[in-house]
Write a protein that binds this ligand. Structure first.
Ligand code: HEC
Ligand code: HEC
Ligand code: HEC
Ligand code: HEC
Ligand code: HEC
Length: 215
């Protein structure tokens, strides 16, 4: 029967076909069950953005401070992604006609925000607060990695409960002075004597009670 449907030489391809036919649906199931679930707390996650905005250029090469755009970090729970107007502060004149800024101009004309895709997204049952960290000696790089070298932002850390607790149990190795919060290359090894003394005496006590993060 087979001989009528498949030429004989195709028998050799059977194992290959089997792998493809069984493997493909499995692959699809895996992608949808895990990859496309809202719980994208996977390290390495780097969605494509509507504008090819580069942190390596703006925060790295040009040295624009994180807080120029992420204005909420020191005072609010959310760091906030900047409105189109922040981009236009420069791009009204710099590269104003660039194709790469098409979506920025369109947003300005229509008044509709640019639809940036979220990279970091904790489940809704977890409470997180930026100012509570940034004002208590924890820098951006400890949780987000070397953003100043990223062409496309990716999630550098797991953001799992274990990861949060590792630091909440002993935050000392992560502490830095408040004027170094957005510095990407500062380390305790190269801290000045005064900075180290400050770290020793700085009184932080992150809680590990469930209700701290699950309210
Ligand atoms: C000129 C404005 C600007 C500056 C300066 C800037 N960012 Fe951003 N940042 C953005 C924009 C726009 C996005 C959203 C698009 C993207 O993810 O690339 C973003 C996204 C992010 C995200 C991911 C947000 C998410 O969806 O989870 C992190 C984390 C971040 N920035 C951290 C930093 C840090 C740390 C610095 C300083 C080293 C910095 N940014 C400097 C504009 C800026
Ligand atoms: C203690 C870890 C930690 C530190 C320190 C930290 N972040 Fe975040 N950041 C997170 C987590 C976790 C999220 C995801 C929050 C959520 O899903 O609600 C996040 C989300 C963001 C976002 C997306 C928008 C938002 O507010 O959810 C931006 C932008 C961002 N961080 C920028 C920064 C910048 C800039 C700094 C330093 C000034 C910084 N972060 C310091 C852990 C941290
Ligand atoms: C403080 C000034 C400043 C701000 C604010 C700023 N940029 Fe830029 N941007 C620059 C400079 C400078 C360049 C490099 C121009 C060049 O290559 O000559 C640049 C380049 C770019 C490019 C590449 C353009 C090209 O044709 O190569 C894009 C895209 C871009 N920026 C997007 C953004 C977005 C989106 C925002 C807002 C979230 C933003 N920029 C905010 C100064 C700024
Ligand atoms: C690198 C260290 C570090 C990491 C990682 C970290 N935290 Fe914290 N957390 C701290 C410090 C330090 C404080 C401030 C403690 C103090 O004020 O005494 C804090 C405080 C908090 C608070 C208290 C805020 C308030 O209103 O009192 C919450 C909530 C919190 N963290 C949630 C989280 C969650 C959720 C994660 C993981 C997604 C996380 N933290 C990861 C160091 C960290
Ligand atoms: C410092 C913050 C923090 C504290 C304290 C904390 N959690 Fe969590 N918890 C998280 C984060 C972040 C997640 C989400 C992890 C993820 O998405 O992978 C989580 C997830 C969970 C989950 C869901 C697990 C799963 O597999 O989806 C449960 C249940 C939970 N926590 C219970 C607790 C209990 C019980 C305590 C107290 C003993 C506690 N948590 C204390 C941050 C915390």
């Amino acid at each position: 029967m087979n001989a009528f449907i498949f030429p004989k030489w195709m028998n050799q391809l059977r194992p290959v076909l089997a792998v493809v036919l069984i493997g493909l649906p499995l692959y699809v199931i895996v992608v949808f069950a895990y990859g496309a679930s809202p719980k994208t707390t996977d390290a390495g996650y780097a969605p494509t953005q509507p504008v090819t905005y580069s942190h390596a250029l703006h925060a790295g090469e040009l040295g624009i401070d994180c807080r120029y755009c992420h204005t909420g970090v020191e005072d609010a729970a959310h760091a906030a992604v900047p409105p189109t107007q922040t981009c236009l502060n420069c791009h009204k004149s710099i590269k104003a006609d660039s194709d790469k800024l098409e979506a920025v101009r369109l947003s300005h004309e229509t008044g509709l925000p640019i639809e940036w895709v979220r990279v970091h997204d904790l489940p809704d049952y977890v409470y997180f607060n930026h100012s509570a960290h940034v004002r208590r000696g924890i820098g951006c790089v400890s949780c987000h990695g070397r953003i100043d070298t990223m062409e496309v932002v990716y999630q550098a850390e797991l953001l799992s409960m274990g990861w949060c607790l590792d630091c909440h149990r002993n935050a000392r190795p992560w502490l830095r002075p408040s004027d170094q919060i957005t510095e990407m290359t500062w380390t305790q090894e190269q801290a000045t004597a005064a900075e180290l003394e400050w770290i020793e005496t700085y009184d932080v006590n992150p809680s590990t009670d469930c209700s701290t993060c699950h309210r």
